[in-house]
Design a protein around this ligand. Structure first.
Ligand SMILES: [Zn+2]
Length: 233
């Protein structure tokens, strides 16, 4: 948990007492500002651009990590930035959107922990240490999104597996969720055969008809039956 310095009137939180911005604030007000130590979580202020960049190891990922700790409801969300997102190749921290309401169908929004931009055009929603919201994955995937849900154990102990899952979802909008075996620490699940998929639709566009999922399911069932019959013959 990160402790930061805040004043009653300032709109930024600081790393240390001798930050020049604190002296300026006191000078403008004409009296001492008496900074106090506060946990970052729940603060409304943003990171002071004068003192934080001078802290050793501070970079755009650490800035995002603090933003997530400030806004988040689980400490594992900031850990996800530190342990996983930082190691995802070609991901720009400035394009990672924490804590977003996304429209999965006209008039239907869902809250997700992270929205990631994908190099192939769709977007990926990530839930961290989050109870499964019924229908969220299906609604997001029907709207052309990728979806990854990670447990706190995965984020803490299996960061390489998490990075692999994020990479797969960024490159494939219908990347499957990990199986129970993968969640328990086994190898990543092999990909299920996929029906032909159309171009990824942005979430703002009208969602494909909900019947699409059923059609794909039906096609897969039919395919399975055909394969079974062929095997039996
Ligand atoms: Zn400062």
């Amino acid at each position: 948990m990160t402790q930061v310095l805040v004043t009653a009137t300032g709109d930024t939180y600081h790393a240390f007492l001798r930050c020049p911005a604190l002296a300026e604030e006191a000078q403008e007000l004409g009296h001492p500002v008496d900074p106090v130590d506060q946990p970052l979580k729940g603060l409304r202020q943003t990171a002071c651009p004068e003192c934080w960049p001078t802290i050793s190891g501070f970079d755009d990922w650490r800035d995002l990590e603090m933003e997530v700790e400030r806004l988040g409801d689980s400490p594992y969300e900031a850990l996800f930035v530190k342990n996983v997102l930082r190691d995802v190749a070609d991901l720009d921290p400035a394009e990672v959107l924490p804590k977003r309401d996304v429209e999965v169908a006209p008039g239907v929004t869902q809250h997700v922990d992270f929205v990631l931009p994908s190099p192939v055009g769709h977007r990926v929603a990530v839930q961290v240490d989050h109870p499964e919201a019924e229908g969220l994955q299906a609604a997001l995937e029907d709207a052309g999104w990728g979806y990854v849900s990670l447990t706190k154990e995965q984020v803490t102990e299996q960061s390489a597996l998490c990075v692999a899952q994020i990479n797969a979802a960024l490159r494939d909008p219908k990347a499957p969720r990990p199986t129970e075996q993968a969640r328990a620490g086994g190898a990543p699940a092999p990909k299920a055969p996929q029906a032909a998929q159309g171009p990824a639709a942005p979430a703002e566009a009208p969602a494909p008809k909900s019947g699409l999922g059923l059609v794909i399911l039906g096609a897969l069932a039919l395919l399975t039956i055909i394969v079974l019959v062929l095997v039996l013959l």
